[in-house]
Ligand binder design. Structure first.
Ligand code: SF4
Ligand code: SF4
Length: 431
């Protein structure tokens, strides 16, 4: 049962807003500011508008206000840059909740964020036609035939362009995948509501690596969605409802750790306490955080030496460039772990791209809702990546992976895009 849990958190909003000292150190870290150069597209500008709303100098229905707040990626790069500890991410999510409370969200948005996400049956039903369109090449043909990019249907076009060529048909996951060597523990893997649809190979690789290290991997089907996409998009009640379901499910689980390979989901679970600040569920959220690990963080924390001794290798000498997901780098402050893991692969020449902490334009559903900015950021990213032309672009989040695949396809290059755990899994089988 969801009550007005957010009231207390919103009460703290004034204090959180006052933390900004207007120094501007966050400006150059902000992707939308880098593209537009406009103060109101910067963290400081957006905070100024939030404060104006707080003081009653502006209405939540003001079109300019909505435009500037909604054009934020919630990448939280500004949090990393800020010397004053401004909690920008939660402030922005609250702002969007205020906006959606002041004007009715469109029916399609309500359907996606309230009905679809967190409903595995509905997602599976949709997966069939999506897999057919993807596997038959119909999507790519449709893209080539109709100039959707320059049509009024830009959002629809962006969704199509993000679809991978090999979306799988719905396959039933086992509740548990047993350890392949003597069992040393059990972990729960968060499959992700969309992750297992579009990037199921990443979950396969994660299960393989953990099984090879002696873990039983539980897939926890009771967890349907972590609520991150709903929270970013202003559907706070739905996000808290989904979050409470996750907390209740994990509380009754006996596994040693909960693992995520999707940076956005991992950041969300670690930050549930911000959703429930000032409520009885706050302490429960903190307990979840203690057992939550990103897969790269988990492997480095507990298995670095073991992985080193495994003499990991790929079939050929491979150049791998790493692009960090924002919700890993900024949201979870995990900056180097994926790169350190890749460096354990003996014959891999591994490096981080310049600006690898700047968003690729994916940001959950941002690239669909804001196709122009999503595309501008992807172009900026691909121009940097293109200078290096690695064999593999590595990242650590389902959304970034799909966005970068789109970028590579548009560039006509032969580079592959993979999740770090996929590369690690392959290097284990090549030993
Ligand atoms: S969250 Fe990202 S896009 Fe939004 S203001 Fe901060 S740096 Fe800019
Ligand atoms: S760096 Fe922090 S304190 Fe400075 S303007 Fe940006 S949000 Fe405000």
């Amino acid at each position: 049962m969801i009550d007005t849990l957010h009231i207390e958190a919103f009460t703290n909003r004034s204090r959180k807003l006052q933390a900004c000292i207007h120094c501007g150190l966050c400006l150059e870290a902000c992707p939308t500011y880098l593209v537009t150069g406009e103060e109101m597209s910067s963290p400081r500008g957006r905070l100024y508008l939030m404060k104006a709303l707080e003081d009653g100098r502006i209405e939540a229905t003001d079109e300019k206000f909505i435009e500037h707040e909604n054009s934020c990626l919630v990448c939280r790069s500004c949090e990393t840059a800020c010397p004053s500890g401004v909690e920008f991410g939660i402030l922005m999510e609250q702002t969007r909740e205020i906006i959606d409370g002041a004007r009715k969200p469109k029916l399609l948005r309500k359907f996606i964020y309230i009905k679809l996400l967190g409903n595995p049956t509905l997602i599976r039903i949709l997966q069939f036609p999506i897999a057919i369109l993807s596997k038959t090449g119909a999507v790519r043909l449709f893209e080539k035939t109709f100039d959707l990019k320059n049509s009024p249907f830009k959002r629809f076009a962006s969704s199509l362009q993000l679809l991978p060529n090999d979306v799988s048909f719905p396959a039933k996951r086992l509740p548990m995948y047993p350890a392949l060597i003597k069992k040393r523990g059990a972990v729960g893997l968060l499959l992700g509501c969309i992750g297992d649809l579009f990037t199921s190979q990443v979950n396969d690789a994660t299960i393989n690596v953990l099984n090879q290290l002696g873990y039983d991997v539980h897939t926890i089907p009771e967890i349907t969605c972590c609520g991150a996409l709903a929270a970013h998009s202003g559907f706070g009640d739905r996000a808290r409802e989904l979050a409470l379901n996750v907390i209740e499910t994990l509380e009754s689980s006996t596994v040693n750790y909960f693992i995520s390979n999707i940076a956005g989901c991992g950041a969300m679970l670690k930050d549930y306490s911000k959703l429930f600040e000032g409520t009885p569920n706050y302490d429960r959220a903190i307990k979840v955080r203690k057992k939550m690990r990103d897969i790269s963080e988990f492997l480095l924390e507990f298995h670095k030496d073991e992985l080193l001794q495994m003499n990991l290798a790929l079939p050929t000498k491979t150049m791998i460039g790493y692009q960090a997901p924002c919700h890993l780098y900024h949201g979870q402050q995990i900056k180097d772990a994926p790169l350190e893991l890749l460096k354990l692969i003996g014959d891999a020449d591994t490096f981080a791209f310049e600006e690898n902490d700047i968003c690729c334009g994916s940001a959950g559903t941002y690239n669909i809702e804001h196709p122009e900015m999503g595309e501008a950021l992807l172009e900026r990213k691909m121009s940097i990546i293109g200078k290096h032309q690695p064999d593999i672009i590595a990242t650590a989040n389902a959304g970034c992976l799909m966005q970068l695949v789109k970028g590579v396809r548009e560039s006509g290059s032969q580079m592959q895009v993979k999740h770090v755990i996929e590369i690690l899994s392959e290097s284990m089988s090549e030993r």
